[in-house]
Design a binder for this molecule. Sequence first.
Ligand code: PGA
Length: 247
Amino acid sequence: MTSTWVGTSWKMTKTLAEARAFARGLAAAEPALPAEVQPFVIPPATALAAVRAELPASSRVLVGAQDAHWEDAGPWTGEVSVPQVADAGARLVEIGHSERREAFGETDERIRLKVHATLRHSLVPLVCVGEPAAVRAAGGQAAYVAAQTRAAFDGVAAGTRVLVAYEPVWAIGEGGRPATPDDVEAPVAAIRAATADLDAHVLYGGSVDGENAPALLDVPGVGGLFVGRAAWDLAGFLTILRVAARG
Ligand code: PGA
C-alpha cells in the first residue's frame, strides 16, 4: 500500500439526502483527484449503501463501515455484521475508535474479534488506537498504543493488509488539541514496530484540517490522514485530498 490514504468518518451525522449529495459531488470531482491519493468515506450504517450506489462502479473511492459485529449473524439487536456491511458496499471496517472504546465498552478483546471477522470476509480493518491525555502527560503514549495495536492484531497472519489510525484521544473532536508532528512521531514508530510483520499503513487522525495536514503527512511513518469535522463538507474533504497529493 504505497499511496497516501485520506478518509473521513461522518460519525453520527448526515441524513440520506446529505450523504447522497456528498457522494454525488465526490463522484463528480473524482476524475480530477490526484492518483497518488486513496480516498475513503465512512458513512453511518444507514447511508452506506446509498453512498456506494452514488459512486460509479469504477470509482477509486473506498467506502467503509464505522463498526461491525464479530459474528456473522444472530440475535444481536441493534448490531450489524461484517457480511451485512460488505453487502451494502463496504470494503473497510473501522474498529476501536476511541468514542466506541469510551462510550460503548469496546475492549481490546472485542476489537481483536472484529479484526478477525473483518479479515475473514476479505475486508480491510482500520483499527484506531490512541492514548488518553493522562497517559500522554505521564509519557506513556508509545507503549500504550503499541499494546493496543498488538492486542488488535493478535493472531493475524503475517503479510496481512491492515490500516491503523493513530488518534490520540486528546486530539479528537470539539475541544481537541491538534497533535504536532513531534507528538505523533514516536507513537507512529511504535505502531509500525508492532505491525512490522503485517502489510500495515498508518494514518494520523484528530483535529486534522487543510492547514495542519501537510506537516502531519511529513511525519516519518505517516501514510495518510483520517479526518472528522474538517471533511464533513465536500469542499473540506477535497481540500485535504489535494493537500495530501502535494505533500
Ligand atoms: P476530528 O475527528 O477530525 O473531528 O477531530 C477525528 C476522528 O475522530 O477520527
